[in-house]
Design a protein around this ligand. Structure first.
Ligand code: PNW
Length: 476
């Protein structure tokens, strides 16, 4: 007989949260002075999103935020990570703030605090004001200075009531999917612009962190969220190890090098030498970028599996980053991407909870003593209500259980993981996939906008309330 499993319990201070982002849920895109962001423009460009979907209404969170906070409170969640729409606060991306835009976030935060839910604010989750893209976007240095100004405005407005701050969400996606493969806004496909954008996003993080600290109470914490990939080589052959190293530099080192260690990896410069001399890295930039952080946010969904290409560079290119004939990866024609084995979610992303464990332990080794949060983790499935209106999503429960158990194992092995934010609270606008892919713990009927907690929401709520993972087959 197998040993009975001991219940998987978390430290009592562990923060159980859910996450969303502004453009994916808010709607109300023309209200209270908001102007278009690059995602409004991109989503309204024919052919860019599945079914031509856009965020004009999304799940109407702008008008239903009270209901959504009540949902979280009913489940017993302790924290909520959301992002601020830059062009709601600072239309055009410059100049004075719009009070009505800031007021929305103040009302949301006060509603959360009244229900004992800790707000965690992300300043930038990909929705650059269109005017700033018209001026060149992230490949231009000025965008980083504009971001610092915006960070200061929001820090002044909400710093008295929000303790947890995240400057950028997944700068890799902004740079590599926005300016490399073009599957995300603004849809450009320019390898050098991708690298320039990466540097200016790093600079924006550093300047933004400084700006926040200059206006906020010292007790507040500043972090950023990286979609750090666990990059695995197909074999242990030297060529495959080198391919994995190159992708690791382009996925991870390009951000955590300067941010956590104050330097880009030498191997990144070597690998991209034929494209760029990196002369946009100016004196003093690395010190600015290397601001002390209070915590690091890790977003994890699936690992990458890579090998070296043969001499003809032919082979599998599918890397799970959407359909584009342009690779997101500059200077990586010599690398092949493979579908890792195992079950997949509706995104086609393979399920591998050990990738999350490996990622946590990597940062624990690289930046010992830096508190970690899992700021996103979750799965898309083709959820459908039963005739009785309930939504059963056992695969999502299995996904969450598997990944949370690996977080627990990392904590047992000494990692300082302080919290977990499920992606996502609600079904929402899944970027280029539109409303086709449902990541929510809460189901949204896109005709009535009615919300229904899926069984995974009940499962996760119980985990949050008890600090212990329920069995995967517990009935809700
Ligand atoms: C993250 N990739 O996006 C984002 O932070 C969320 O807004 C998004 O809804 C969620 O994960 C699910 O996709 C990603 O291609 C988008 O590697 C694409 C990739 C990774 C993360």
């Amino acid at each position: 007989m197998p040993e009975p499993m001991s219940p998987v319990s978390f430290p009592s201070t562990f923060l159980w949260g859910a996450a969303t982002s502004a453009y994916q849920i808010e709607g109300a895109v023309r209200e209270d002075g908001r102007t278009p962001s690059i995602w409004d423009t991109f989503a309204h460009t024919p052919g860019k999103t599945a079914g031509g979907d856009h965020g004009d209404v999304a799940v109407d969170h702008y008008h239903r935020y009270r209901d959504d906070v009540a949902l979280m409170s009913g489940l017993g969640l302790g924290a909520y990570r959301f992002s601020i729409s830059w062009s709601r606060v600072q239309p055009t991306g410059r100049g004075p703030a719009v009070q009505r835009g800031l007021d929305f976030y103040r009302r949301l935060v006060d509603e959360l605090l009244a229900k004992d839910i800790k707000p965690a604010v992300t300043l930038y989750h990909w929705d650059l004001p269109q005017e700033l893209e018209d001026a060149g976007g992230w490949p231009e240095r000025d965008t980083a200075y504009r971001f610092a100004e915006y960070a200061q405005i929001v820090g002044e407005a909400l710093g008295d009531r929000v303790e947890q701050w995240i400057t950028l969400n997944e700068p890799w996606c902004s740079a590599f999917l926005g300016y490399g493969s073009g599957v995300h806004a603004p849809g450009r496909t320019e390898p050098v612009a991708t690298l320039r954008a990466s540097h200016h996003l790093n600079l924006a993080h550093g300047l933004g962190a400084k700006a926040l600290r200059s206006v906020m109470p010292a007790r507040n914490t500043v972090a950023l969220s990286l979609n750090s990939s666990t990059v695995r080589p197909l074999t242990q052959d030297a060529a495959d190890l080198a391919a994995a190293r190159k992708i690791d530099d382009l996925a991870n080192g390009i951000f955590h090098g300067p941010i956590l260690h104050g330097a880009y990896p030498e191997s990144l410069f070597t690998a991209t030498r034929q494209l760029t001399d990196w002369s946009y890295v100016q004196d003093g930039d690395l010190a600015t970028i290397n601001q002390p952080l209070d915590a690091l946010g890790l977003n994890y969904y699936t690992p990458a599996l890579v090998s070296a290409a043969g001499p003809d560079h032919s082979g599998p290119r599918a890397d799970g980053h959407g359909a584009s004939e342009h690779s997101p990866w500059p200077a990586a024609d010599d690398v092949l991407f493979h579908q890792p084995p195992g079950d997949r979610t509706a995104m086609g992303w393979s399920i591998d909870p050990t990738g999350l464990y490996d990622l946590i332990m990597r940062y624990e080794r690289e930046v010992p003593g830096l508190p970690l949060y899992i700021t996103e983790n979750g799965a898309a499935y083709d959820d459908k209500p039963d005739p009785d209106g309930r939504v059963h999503d056992p695969e999502r429960i299995a996904y969450l259980h598997g990944h949370l158990a690996e977080v627990r194992r990392a904590i047992a092995d000494g990692a300082d993981v302080r919290g977990y934010f499920l992606w996502s609270l609600l079904d929402n606008f899944e970027w280029a996939y539109g409303y086709e892919k449902r990541f929510g713990a809460v189901y949204v009927d896109y005709t009535t906008l009615e919300r229904t907690s899926k069984s995974s929401a009940h499962w996760y709520g119980k985990a949050a309330r008890t600090g212990t993972l329920p069995e995967v087959d517990e009935v809700f």
